[in-house]
Design a protein around this ligand. Sequence first.
Ligand SMILES: C[S@@+](CC[C@H](N)C(=O)[O-])C[C@H]1O[C@@H](n2cnc3c(N)ncnc32)[C@H](O)[C@@H]1O
Length: 271
Amino acid sequence: MSNNQTPNFDPQTYWEKRLKSNTGLTGVGYTLVGEHYNKWAYKIRKHVFNKIVTKNLKNLTNADILDIGSGSGFYIDEWLTYHPNSITGIDITEIAVSRLSEKYTDLKFHKLDISDLTATQQTLKQKFHTISCMDVLFHIVDDEKYKLTFQSVAHLLDNGGYFIFSENFVHDQSTSLSHHKSRSKVEIEQLLAQNNFKIISRQPFMYLMNEPVDSNNFILKWLWKITAIVCAKSALFGYLIGAITFPVEKLLVSLFKESPTSEIVIAVKTK
Ligand SMILES: C[S@@+](CC[C@H](N)C(=O)[O-])C[C@H]1O[C@@H](n2cnc3c(N)ncnc32)[C@H](O)[C@@H]1O
């Protein structure tokens, strides 16, 4: 695994600040492109998330579900539609946990760093049937903490339980920014195997509507750059570009097996 670390990055401070100054989907999504574009980008996430969940996860009414990095609660709302036995959410920030606790008074939320194995084990005593971790893993830039995160998830899951998450699965070497690291498919698959996970489904989560971190295609890179610049300049353009791209995106995520950007996975814990 790469030792390429970003020593000055403090995830809690970064996320507290980002979520405080950007409410709703702009804080948890791609901040630069604004609320309107993010709404369309989350609409595709919602579509793909529910498609993979309904196809692979049965009997959720008896399930205890844990959502890691709940942010604004987007996936809490999705899980609620399946009427599971319980939903618990964790987030590294106080701001997210206090907003979520106010919004969903019947659910439990904890301020926890999922890569902190000891704190996680001390706080969450139960095992879960399903754990979701959407658009969080590539923000854990420290390689050791990334590794510990998989151990933590494995510890919290029942045998036969499901881990549903998004990641970039890049085919080349891992690449990193200060708050973001796109790990290679090989690294992620190794970590899953080491923690007794077997992938049962991996498919595109998005295709055009997010940065093409797993592509060298000049046209895709150019398209994303223009989209980001135009959406950042005007909320109306953000809305229009999102609305035009959405139906194309829906088709692309169902047609292709690999994506130039994020993918969604369901892995089962085998023992
Ligand atoms: C990009 S947002 C995604 C939020 C939500 N899952 C979604 O997809 O809308 C990342 C979220 O993960 C949280 N987070 C980042 N690192 C974390 C960690 N190590 N443990 C728990 N939560 C973390 C952040 O505070 C933030 O709310």
